[in-house]
Design a protein around this ligand. Structure first.
Ligand code: SF4
Length: 487
């Protein structure tokens, strides 16, 4: 919170108690016919806005213009706040990258906005990164000892530097990206623009999503398929975990899978399906919406309760609530009206004031819940500070019983890979039983999705469950490295 009482906040934080953030969304495009791509990148970023609302940016270049001449624009705020017709129209280029950001590592400042544009002897690189590296601090120190001067406090700059450095000893930019990817550890989905190539890379575990699309004679890389739908592109395929794709007019899509791991070692962030991704996206062939419906069905099978109405806490609780209803036969209804205009910096009411930030964002439809036994489905409980207020709102509106069902298992461990799940001590489920939590949030009953249901929820894909089990796909750092560059 700043001195004026403004806080970082987002319309998406109305999701019950989670308030969790995705780190970023990335987008890249190369039009082989030479058309300008900036305005399409703008719409692509607009579709990825839910992945980051703090800052955004676009960098474009002309592949047949002067080598390495990049035009970029970035700023703090939402895509439609930062970009105007006046600053988009002069951005000419048939290749480009874009980014929306929420910070889990590195401060929320304009310098830390992406894409990062780096000039070096081989030309210019522009890079957009989603994810969190766990060895960025070590790599950054190594680079600083050899003379590198960093302009930002984000780990993405470490990647950009490594690519630039490796490029000096490589035959191609994709080879340099591959060598850099061998050094960096953690979660990354990258889109890199070189003077003549668009390169996409996904870490070997596949923590973060990245897909390929095509529109006429242009190729697209995007964090989620909803961005392809928005710009009228067809889905080609996902970039595979550990894959580096290089897109050029001469070669089309060229693939390098030398970093790929055996399938069973892949570790997609399950939270993409539970909460982050838009329900109209598909990740690695699995519909996000369908996976949420399944989670609701599992809850109905594993934590049944008799009631009159199933409701979801918008947005990601809605599909799971529908799944619960379909499975149980209990009618599905709408209990909450969400204020869609809660902006990025809304003035959070003081503790003492009569307004509550939950009520500013959500209101209850009294007519829908009065006199009824309600099953309320939410995607997660992190600290528990919001769930109790939502339960109370339902009771105040006349609900006779409130049964809470959560479409994820209890959070017991932090995340080091790009989700801002806090330290254990701040997690409501840490050192508490389900019954303790039920009492704290004031529900009549409480049930969570079982950890063993997670793979089933995504059709057997290999996933990361570290924040629920404490077993991470790779050794976590000894200490919490998130935001370390500021210390
Ligand atoms: S620890 Fe949790 S939030 Fe982090 S990548 Fe794994 S599943 Fe996602």
């Amino acid at each position: 919170m700043d001195n004026n009482g403004f806080v970082k906040d987002t319309p998406w934080q109305t999701n019950g108690d989670s308030g969790l953030h995705e780190e970023c969304g990335v987008f890249g495009m190369y039009d082989f016919d030479g058309g300008d791509v900036a305005s399409t990148i703008y719409y692509g970023l607009f579709a990825l806005q839910h992945r980051g609302q703090e800052s955004c940016g676009i960098a474009v270049s002309e592949t047949n213009g002067p080598k390495g001449k990049v035009t970029s624009y970035k700023g703090m705020g939402l895509v439609n706040e930062v970009f105007t017709q006046d600053n988009l129209e002069p951005m000419h280029g048939d290749i480009g990258v874009g980014h929306v950001r929420y910070s889990t590592a590195g401060a929320s400042t304009r310098e830390n906005a992406q894409p990062l544009v780096l000039n070096y002897v081989k030309g210019t690189l522009a890079l957009a990164h989603n994810g969190n590296l766990i060895n960025a601090m070590e790599l950054r120190k190594d680079l600083e000892y050899t003379g590198a001067i960093f302009q930002t406090t984000i780990d993405s700059e470490v990647i950009a530097y490594h690519i630039a450095r490796e490029r000096l000893n490589s035959n191609s930019v994709e080879e340099a990206v591959g060598r850099a990817c061998q050094k960096i550890k953690g979660a990354f989905a990258l889109v890199v623009m070189s003077p003549r190539k668009l390169v996409g890379a996904r870490d070997p575990y596949g923590f973060k999503p990245l897909c390929i699309g095509k529109r006429d004679n242009a190729y697209i890389l995007a964090s989620e398929t909803c961005a392809l739908d928005t710009i009228g592109a067809e889905y080609v395929r996902d970039v595979l975990p550990g894959e580096i794709v290089t897109i050029t007019p001469e070669g089309g899509i060229q693939s390098d899978l030398s970093l790929a791991l055996p399938k069973e070692k892949e570790a997609r962030c399950i939270f993409e399906y539970i909460y982050f991704a838009r329900p109209d996206s598909h990740i690695d062939g699995v519909s996000v919406y369908a996976s949420r419906i399944k989670a609701g069905r599992f809850l109905a099978m594993d934590s049944p309760v008799d009631a009159d109405l199933v409701v979801g806490v918008p947005e990601s609780g809605n599909a799971a609530a529908l799944g619960y209803s379909l499975q149980s036969g209990i009618p599905y209804g709408t209990a909450f009206v969400k204020n869609g205009y809660v902006g990025r910096t809304f003035i959070k009411p003081k503790q003492s004031s009569r307004e509550s930030s939950v009520r500013v964002k959500l209101n209850v439809l009294k007519e829908a819940v009065d006199g009824k036994r309600i099953i309320m489905i939410d995607d997660s409980i992190v600290r528990g500070t919001t769930s109790d207020r939502i339960v109370k709102m339902l009771r105040d509106a006349g609900a006779t019983e409130v049964h809470v069902r959560i479409s994820s298992p209890p959070f017991l461990w932090p995340c080091y890979f790009g989700t801002d799940i806090p330290e254990r001590e701040q997690l409501i489920a840490y050192n508490r039983s389900i019954e303790d939590i039920r009492k704290i949030i004031g529900a009549d009953s409480l049930g969570y999705l079982g950890v063993e249901r997670l793979e089933e929820m995504v059709g057997g894909l290999s996933i990361c469950k570290g924040c629920f089990t404490g077993t991470y796909p790779m050794e976590p750092p000894k200490e919490d490295i998130r935001g370390d560059f500021e210390r």
